[in-house]
Ligand binder design. Structure first.
Ligand code: NAD
Length: 433
């Protein structure tokens, strides 16, 4: 069985390498030709722990290759995983034009039975549209199936998540499609849940929105904590000890970002609207999240009053640790707010600086630093926006000596308030004194 991966971005690249590691023959293709060229040289275009090692391993073993040729990849594959982007549109809905375009190309190159697998996050009912498009555009009368196999990997631990999944969701409506996917994921047979396609599509949006809801929930609770003597870290710990609640995704902070949660919550709201179901609760989740950055900027102003010409170190740019992804990162909105107030910024991130330079170019008022220590030199305040381990291990005595004013505004509760204050810092964090 030959498997083609269409769209080798974060998900497609990890899927290609992950399926190769499961022993399959994989060809990845993408319209971004530079990604393909790099991949064929054993270079991953994204930073993801363990990815490049496996990429090199399977290129060498010969069961993984990357091609510029979309049509050729379609005609030579039995199974096609579609992992193209489904970005948010102005009205909140997912832009399905990339999926539609790929569906047409598959139709035009149908040269035998093919299983088309939705790997991208798509609105419920997308499979019906893919089927319709393939039927409308196919030139030869071959059979095909569409199935849903949503991806649950987390950036930063994507390879591990792919190879040690909690569950494999297979939404299929024919025995053939179900059997092919079950065979592909044979190694995880104890973790496979088979559903119809609508259910599988909805599982992905429902899961992401639920996790986003947990984050917004604890952030709301953190606001209450700030008005009282309660400590949000301990509230979350106390809640998480209840096995019905669980500890994960109860970290108060500057809110969620990334290419999935913000867009998936809004897409589900729109899906509800289109289907006549009011998902008001999720609108609130989004609203609470958007307000986090504003609250964080208020804390900076509380500490510094006037931001104009203040030198501020921004530690952490990626939307989460262990990734170079800055899509929808809270850091972007914080930086924009500080720029509009005329602050002088020194930015540092272990992996995401190059990506951020495209969003926030270097200028007289924005400098990218090579180390956190360089960033905090002469700073009037240091902001922590991404919880990289590197920041947990900072030599705070050295940081204090380097800063003009020892003020830390911690948007991820990385440090213990007492310890930092003992060292002589003025310290602000989220939902605790
Ligand atoms: P991405 O933007 O990194 O990758 C998408 C890739 O598809 C790009 O490289 C793009 O060039 C390519 N592409 C677009 N049109 C194409 C075409 N016609 N032919 C070939 N390639 C084409 O996006 P991503 O983060 O990998 O996400 C892909 C999908 O997976 C989205 O629906 C997303 O919501 C979902 N998802 C993402 C994550 C995540 O953590 N990033 C996790 C689970 C699911």
């Amino acid at each position: 069985m030959k498997i083609g991966i269409i769209g080798t971005g974060y998900v497609g690249m990890v899927t290609a390498v992950g399926l190769a590691e499961l022993g399959h023959n994989i060809t990845g293709t993408d319209i971004a030709l530079e990604k393909i060229d790099k991949a064929n040289q054993g270079i991953a275009h994204i930073y993801e722990p363990g990815l490049e090692e496996l990429l090199k391993k399977h290129l060498k073993a010969g069961n993984l290759t990357f091609s510029h040729d979309l049509d050729g990849t379609i005609s030579s594959s039995d199974v096609l995983f579609v992992s193209v982007n489904t970005p948010q549109q102005e009205d909140g809905s997912a832009d399905m034009s990339f999926v539609e375009s790929v569906s047409r190309r598959i139709a035009e190159n149908l040269n035998g039975y093919k299983l088309i697998v939705e790997k991208s996050t798509v609105p419920v009912k997308t499979s019906s549209w893919i089927k319709r498009i393939v039927c409308l555009y196919k030139k030869q009368d071959y059979d095909f199936d569409v199935a849903s196999n949503p991806e649950f990997l987390r950036e930063g631990s994507a390879v591990k998540d792919f190879l040690e999944p909690d569950r494999i969701i297979i939404g299929a409506e024919t025995d053939k499609a179900r059997d092919i996917l079950t065979k592909i994921y044979k190694k995880f047979q104890d973790r496979i849940l088979i559903t119809n396609i609508d259910t599988a599509e909805l599982i992905k949006h429902a899961s992401n929105s639920f996790l986003a809801m947990k984050i917004s929930y604890i952030n709301l609770i953190s606001d209450l904590c700030e008005k009282t003597d309660a400590n949000v870290e301990l509230v979350a710990e106390g809640m998480g000890l209840d096995s019905r609640i669980g500890k994960q995704f109860l970290k108060a902070g500057v809110g969620y970002g990334g290419s999935c949660f913000p867009k998936d919550v809004r897409a589900l709201v729109k899906i509800g609207e289109d289907l006549g179901v009011d998902l008001n609760m999720l609108k609130e989740v989004d609203k609470v999240n958007t307000a986090r950055v504003e609250r964080f900027v208020e804390k900076i102003k509380k500490a510094l009053w006037i931001l104009k010409d203040k030198q501020i170190a921004v530690l952490g740019l990626a939307f989460k640790p262990e990734t170079d992804d800055i899509r929808n990162a809270p850091s972007i909105r914080v930086i924009q707010a500080l720029q509009s107030e005329g602050a002088l910024l020194r930015l540092y991130d272990p992996k995401a600086a190059e990506n951020m330079k495209e969003e926030v170019p270097e200028s007289a008022k924005v400098v990218y630093s090579d180390s956190p220590y360089e960033a905090v030199k002469e700073a009037n305040a240091a902001l922590l926006i991404t919880e990289w381990d590197e920041f947990r291990c900072l030599d705070l005595k050295k940081v204090k000596e380097l800063m003009a004013n020892p003020i830390i505004i911690d948007g991820r509760n990385i440090f213990e308030p007492e310890k930092v204050r003992e060292l002589g810092f003025e310290y602000y964090s989220v939902g605790r004194e």
